[in-house]
Structures are given as structure tokens and as C-alpha cells.
Design a protein around this ligand. Structure first.
Ligand SMILES: C[S@@+](CC[C@H](N)C(=O)[O-])C[C@H]1O[C@@H](n2cnc3c(N)ncnc32)[C@H](O)[C@@H]1O
Length: 208
């Protein structure tokens, strides 16, 4: 997965890159990124900061190959950013409560076993007033033909993508996750950036 991820993501990133730049602003000093993968967001985090060496960035990344790729990428994309990884045991992330100004979560909630549990951890880690920034591909509207296609394709897609589910109502789970204010935008990737059944996306912010 770590090996193939960047190769398959080039077209996707042409579409998603500007959205990441727009989303990853006003991050504060203390940032936790859930599932940073190979570190695609790091350059956006770096660009958003006036003094990258003052930032505290903690990644929660279960995949050792992904962590290695991230550390390599960080050498060029954000050499001044201090990189730390936090462990996770039984879903509990080793970061103290109310620590973070910002939690970043992009393209992660499609594959975690329990979305609500991950969002509860994001909420716990955030300071009051802190923000969760998210971007996820999601299920098409209930009853649509596209939703039916997503449900048929998901078991095969999961085999190819380390457990990624196409038919999750992530927006609804976010709405129930206990955040004070949720701003969520529905959008579709431009044709060709993803297979058609991965086009429905959401992005936005949730404030603790
Ligand atoms: C599709 S990649 C997304 C990488 C990056 N965030 C992006 O926007 O391209 C999903 C990442 O989430 C990680 N992941 C899977 N389960 C996780 C969990 N429970 N907590 C944190 N990260 C997880 C995977 O190892 C993988 O690196």
C-alpha cells in the first residue's frame, strides 16, 4: 500500500492539492494528524505556518512503511518541522486530552474500523475551540444508482486498498461526534481524478 499509494495518487492530487491548501490554514501551534500516510499534507502544513520550527506536529500512523516514507518526504517538504509519532493502543491515542489546536484527518475515515471511536479520540485530543479539519470520500446519496454501485464494488475495492469502504455516510457520523460546530461541504472530484464511484467527497471543519 505504502509503495503503490503515491504512484496511484498523482491524478487525485492534481484535484485535491488546492483543496488541501485551502483547508489546512490557521492551524495553531499544536497539530495532530491522524493517518498522515506518506505525508502528503506536510507541505501544506509547512506553508500554512509562519515559523515551522515552532510547530509541534504529531502523526498517528499505524503503518511503519508509511512512517518511513513520511520521514523521507519531510526532509525535502518541511525540513524545519519537528516530526513525532504517537502510538495508539486499543484505539486510544497517546496524546493528552485538550492538547491540540488542530487535528487533521484526510482520507482516513473510509478505512478505520470504527469511525465514531476515531472521532471521539479527535474530540478528546482537541482543546476547546480547537478544530478538526477533514477531507474524505463518502457514500453517494441513499437510494441513488451510484450508491448501489459503491456497495457492490466495496468488497473488491477493500481488497485492493487496505480496507477502504466506498459506501460510508461519514458526514452523518461527523454530525453525531459531539462537535460544537460543523461546516461540511459536499463535492465531487473532477472526472478522471478518481474512478467514478469514488467521486463523492466531503471536506470541512468541526469545532470542539
Ligand atoms: C488513504 S491513506 C491517507 C493518507 C493521507 N492522510 C492522505 O490524505 O493522503 C490512510 C492512512 O490512514 C492510516 N490508518 C489506518 N487506520 C488508522 C487508524 N485507526 N488511525 C490512524 N491512521 C490510520 C493508514 O495506515 C494510511 O496511512
Amino acid at each position: 500500500m505504502a509503495w503503490s499509494y503515491e504512484r496511484t495518487m498523482t491524478r487525485y492530487e492534481n484535484d485535491a492539492g488546492p483543496r488541501r491548501t485551502g483547508l489546512l490554514v490557521n492551524l495553531g501551534q499544536r497539530i495532530v494528524e491522524l493517518g498522515p500516510g506518506s505525508g502528503v499534507n506536510l507541505k501544506h502544513v509547512n506553508e500554512a505556518s509562519e515559523v515551522p520550527s515552532d510547530l509541534e506536529w504529531i502523526g498517528v500512523e499505524p503503518s511503519a512503511p508509511m512512517r518511513e516514507k513520511l520521514l523521507l518526504r519531510a526532509k525535502t517538504d518541511c525540513p524545519d518541522l519537528k516530526i513525532r509519532f504517537a502510538d495508539q493502543e486499543n484505539g486510544i491515542i497517546d496524546v493528552e486530552s485538550s492538547w491540540a489546536d488542530t487535528v487533521i484527518c484526510t482520507l482516513v475515515l473510509c478505512s478505520v474500523p470504527d469511525q465514531a471511536a476515531v472521532l471521539a479520540e479527535a474530540h478528546r485530543i482537541l482543546k476547546p475551540g480547537g478544530r478538526l479539519l477533514f477531507m474524505e470520500h463518502v457514500a453517494a446519496p441513499r437510494g441513488s444508482l451510484l450508491r448501489a454501485v459503491q456497495s457492490v464494488v466495496t468488497p473488491f475495492w477493500m481488497l485492493l486498498t487496505d480496507g477502504c469502504k466506498l459506501n460510508r455516510d461519514t458526514g452523518a457520523v461527523l454530525a453525531r461526534a459531539g462537535f460544537r460546530h460543523l461546516e461540511l461541504v459536499d463535492y465531487r472530484t473532477t472526472p478522471g481524478a478518481t474512478p467514478f464511484f469514488v467521486r463523492p467527497h466531503i471536506y470541512g471543519t468541526a469545532v470542539k
